[in-house]
Design a protein around this ligand. Sequence first.
Ligand code: SF4
Length: 630
Amino acid sequence: MPQTMTEKILASHVCEGTLQVGQEAGIRIDQCLTQDSTGTMAWLEFEALGMDRIQAQLAVSYSDHTSLGFKGESTDDHMFLQTIASYYGAKFSKNGNGVCHQLHYERFGVPGKTLLGSDSHTPTGGGLGMLAIGAGGMDVAVAMGGGPFYLTVPKTMNVFLTGKLPPNVGAKDLALELLRRISVKGGVGYILEFTGPGARTLSVPERATITNMGTETGATSSIFPSDEVTRTFLRMQDREQDWSPLAPDEGAAYDVTVEIDLTSLEPLVAMPGMPDNVFNIEDVAGTPLDQVFIGSCTNGSYQDLKVVAELLRGHKVSTDIDVIVSPGSRQAWEMLMEDGSFLQLTQAGVRMIEPGCNACIGIGFVPGTGHLSLRTVNRNWQGRGGNKLGKLALCGPQVAAASALKGAIADPRALPAPVVEIDHLTVDDYLIVEPRGSNTPIRRSPNIVPLVPQHPLPPVLEGDVLLKVGDGVSTDAILPAGPLTQHLRSNLPEIAKFTFHYEDESFAQRALDAGGGFLVAGDNYGQGSSREHAALAPWQLGIRAVFAKSYSRIHKANLVNVGIVPFVANTEKLAQGDRLRIAMSDLRGPLVVENLTQGTHIPAVIELSDRGQALLRAGGLLARTAADSA
Ligand code: SF4
């Protein structure tokens, strides 16, 4: 029977269950990645699981989110990550080496393999033909120890590409067009497979931009074929031996097909709010800007930045705004130096910032109050840039470069289109540190706080609804990123004090005072970043259950892993302050939520496999794994 790319990779990695859409299956994970924001907790969890050495084929611990070490605690985290990776057998990518996703497909990714990363943009690796999935730190910890990763077998969406990108239109415009068509919810439950003759016209970095942005559709992952384009890219990375072909079989069946003619695409901009708030350039051209940020794991490749350098050649950026370029990797940084682009960009008035995440999550280059910052990143929701009163718009490097010249959103098609041909890439792995083994002392600062034990689910849950929120609440809203919290990722008691900080600053203290309680939400609760802390922090405050209409995939898994019950219910009639009681007798059937305040009853279900229910009963993944190995 003809197979999709997803089916081929899943079939060669399944180790538990059957590969039926909608059913849970366990798959073997070949490679794992962590980063400094989620990685400290993932490594603490790896230790709590009692693992003595990395068992996956490859694990890489990246330091990228706070690479500039904006606080002493961040620097402590980096040293902890380097030494613990070395101790347990993982490679460590040091500060300044670049952003995990770009670095991983450049230096480590292998077509046809599975990659699990504690970052929601891990699917970037699909640009190289990997099945790359983002997950919470606990799932990654288990996978690093050689355990399976459990996922609900997704449906597949064929994004069939024809034609060729027009001049000064880029891969990001394709990603934004897809978001415009299917929305930030359209990929939920799917893996997006990019196929067709148009796919062959795209380079690996362009494909990686698209698979990176696939995360914003809610998709489990996104994947391109591994073809001669992939092989050429790996040859330039001195890794041709890692190449193998991957393509869907002729006649492979997809659940949905979306056709996009690349030739018909235009420059697009996602205006503030959500990545699917997409406009044609004509409709937003002339909008004044305050900042332009070019780079990140979405558009930080050498190819992206070379295009920008060529568009700015002989011009100066507007002095009414600030413009930064932050390459996604040191390879891109060195290539820009080698070919003179670095000087060209600097002379154009661009500020060059070291490879890393930093500004993408509001560590520096924070937009001012009411300011509009145009960025080549992947997310533009409120607060993402480090100031909830600043606004972010998303675009590709071509629009960003043209807009930097004008100081306002501008159509790049008014500029001559550069021809960028790349025939070599400089390989320099000096900042990737090989593991040295268990003689390495693990350096822990007081800010590195071990997890407290998980406790079994009680027979009855009773408490107050401490907060009611609406639809689409992101993990950024549950636990803000940026300078407020970024240095506290390894200190759960402290970081938990910022839970729902922007929504309700009193929440954390109220939860602590009440000894815990419940959260109520609408649709797609926990969308966005894979941030496990958005589950861990409420758990630390004593939250035992969430009632929502639906959940994002990763966040729901994170809730279960930490032992918070993710009830699915019609939450319209639940109000903040209501006291609820639920007998947790049979987790499989509909349960009755007794609203003691309103004197009403509503049904609620827990949509989990038997394995998920067992995790909840045990109190979470750590407790369950400890019980299994006792
Ligand atoms: Fe880093 Fe931003 Fe990419 Fe996240 S989205 S990995 S913060 S560059």
